[in-house]
Design a protein around this ligand. Structure first.
Ligand code: GUN
Length: 293
């Protein structure tokens, strides 16, 4: 059966907007998310546009700050400092990837961790890894929300994570092994140096595929009844589409879906949940729920 991320995301956005309406009625400030977008990468443009639209749907204020590719690291760091100090901004993100001449790590560490609604700052990553309240990065948090909303059993499950990126693989593996529900799974992380991926995957109750390799997970790697979470969003050229491309997941959906108990489609699975997790984090930031003012 299909895990409908689009529907769950719509439900959560409605819940958030109701909360915002109540907050405003009680005299609170409207939550405010800022986003910095550098350059014109097609994927980044789309993601940021979706984030701005989601802010509107949730009743948040949003500010988009754009720079060309040739912005200096110094100027970007100055802008981050301004946002850190701006009391009207509750949280902000710098859309990744950044041009090669800018250190992503330096940028991430320049963000005040109390406004780091992407959950990329080492303080948030560290707190997450030891189970303390923090901003959890959006894609892993979105995946956990889907597992929770669909009541998918995770305790003691064999969960295989494909990919070890800082944005998805590492944090989702960490969350899935923590002693909470969803989670409490036995987690195996596979990556480019893993020798027997097929064997490992075929033991999995849950596969979380975050490699960025279109159609990597084939039917013969999946056991009957497995739960498949597809995080892949590779743009594959497609002349039949107006945009000239289609989004392709890491799973050979057509052949894998019939074997699964649950599967996320691409698009409409994890993607919308990522955006909604960012909205949830922004609300937490506005209310100072994680870090006191
Ligand atoms: N690039 C890909 N995913 C993300 C994300 O969740 N946040 C930011 N800032 N950049 C990204």
């Amino acid at each position: 059966m299909i895990i409908d991320g689009k529907q769950v995301a719509a439900d959560i956005k409605r819940e958030i907007s109701e909360t915002v309406t109540r907050m405003l009625a009680q005299g609170a400030k409207r939550p405010h998310l800022a986003a910095i977008l550098v350059g014109h990468d097609g994927g980044s443009e789309t993601y940021v546009a979706h984030k701005v639209k989601a802010c509107e749907e949730c009743g948040f204020k949003s500010t988009l700050i754009r720079f060309e590719d040739d912005i200096t690291e110094e100027k970007l760091l100055e802008t981050i400092d301004t946002l850190n100090k701006n009391n009207d901004v509750d949280g902000f993100i710098v859309q990744l990837p950044l041009p090669k001449h800018i250190s992503e790590q330096r940028v991430i560490e320049a963000i005040d961790y109390r406004k780091d609604v992407d959950g990329f700052h080492p303080v948030n990553v560290g707190r997450m890894s030891i189970g303390l309240p923090c901003f959890v990065s959006a894609t892993p948090a979105g995946i956990l929300m889907l597992l929770e909303r669909y009541n998918i059993p995770t305790k003691g499950a064999n969960c295989v994570v494909l990919g070890r990126s800082n944005i998805v693989g590492k944090p989702v593996a960490n969350l899935m092994m923590q002693k909470h529900i969803p989670g409490d799974s036995t987690v195996t992380v596979c990556h480019s140096a893993t020798k027997n991926i097929k064997e490992i995957c075929s033991q999995a109750d849950i596969i979380i595929a975050a490699l960025g390799s279109p159609g990597f997970v084939k039917a013969d790697m999946v056991k009957d009844g497995a739960v498949i979470i597809d995080v892949g969003t590779t743009r594959v050229p497609d002349a039949t589409r107006k945009s000239g491309f289609r989004l392709c997941g890491d799973v050979d959906y057509e052949n894998v879906a019939p074997k699964c108990s649950w599967i996320t489609p691409v698009p409409g699975g994890v993607g919308p949940m990522t955006i909604v997790s960012l909205m949830k984090n922004t609300l937490l930031a506005a209310r100072h729920d994680i870090y006191p003012a």
